[in-house]
Design a protein around this ligand. Structure first.
Ligand SMILES: [Zn+2]
Length: 228
């Protein structure tokens, strides 16, 4: 303990867990801070949405340089959840599966899917999905923030409306409960709808300077979830 209360001066802590994508690329997980509750932040589930990877990178940089004022507890960051898709410039992973339709939800595989939203034959069949599931099983996040593009809104699942409104007040994007289409097998359905964890899907706009526009909003949301 120190003047910051629960904050330990030794953080940020970087833990490398050697998770791999389908093509064997590393999927880094950065763990900052200590103690409950845990916030989980995920960028790049869709490989062709690099602005989310940029924003997650901005958060990591912030924690590495100015972490003390923010971290009352643990923040787990997976900045590039689908590295094969990122390299290929595709939404899907190297097996053509949309990670954000591959979660083991009750509605997995229900509905009509385009090639771009292929859920895979089995729920949680993809290593990229399993990195997120395993980290969530270990750290039991009480708030999850996932970065996507290009809808330009703050979408939420589960009990996330207050955090969504707080984010919107900072970044100026509208809050949208529904995106106008079903997302069976999505991260938001799995953790938000089915497990009652507030999940924010922050839909970015690629023309923005991501950290400048969203940094304050993200830090505020993390602080809110830490104090609940
Ligand atoms: Zn996306």
């Amino acid at each position: 303990m120190n003047a910051q209360g629960r904050v330990n001066q030794e953080y940020p802590v970087l833990t490398h867990l050697n998770f791999r994508s389908v093509m064997g690329r590393e999927i880094d997980v950065h763990v900052f801070g200590y103690g409950e509750p845990t916030t989980m932040v995920i960028g790049g589930i869709h490989g062709n949405e690099p602005c989310g990877i940029d924003l997650a990178g901005g958060l990591i940089k912030e924690f590495k340089t100015h972490s003390a004022p923010y971290l009352e507890s643990r923040v787990v960051v997976i900045p590039k959840a689908n590295p094969d898709g990122f390299i290929a410039g595709t939404r899907v992973n190297a097996r053509g599966v949309d990670i954000n339709r591959n979660f083991p939800t009750k509605d997995f595989h229900r509905g009509t899917f385009t090639q771009n939203c292929n859920p895979g034959k089995l729920a949680a069949s993809e290593p990229e999905t399993n990195v997120i599931l395993q980290m969530a099983a270990i750290f039991r996040p009480q708030f999850i923030l996932s970065f996507h593009a290009e809808l330009g809104c703050v979408n939420y699942d589960g009990p996330g409306v207050q955090i969504a409104q707080a984010i919107a007040a900072e970044n100026g994007l509208p809050v949208r409960k529904d995106l106008g289409y079903a997302t069976p097998g999505s991260l938001g359905t799995y953790f938000g709808v089915e497990r009652n964890i507030p999940v924010i899907t922050l839909e970015l706009l690629s023309q923005d300077e991501q950290w400048t526009r969203h940094g304050k909003a993200i830090l505020k949301a993390i602080r809110m979830s830490q104090s609940e």
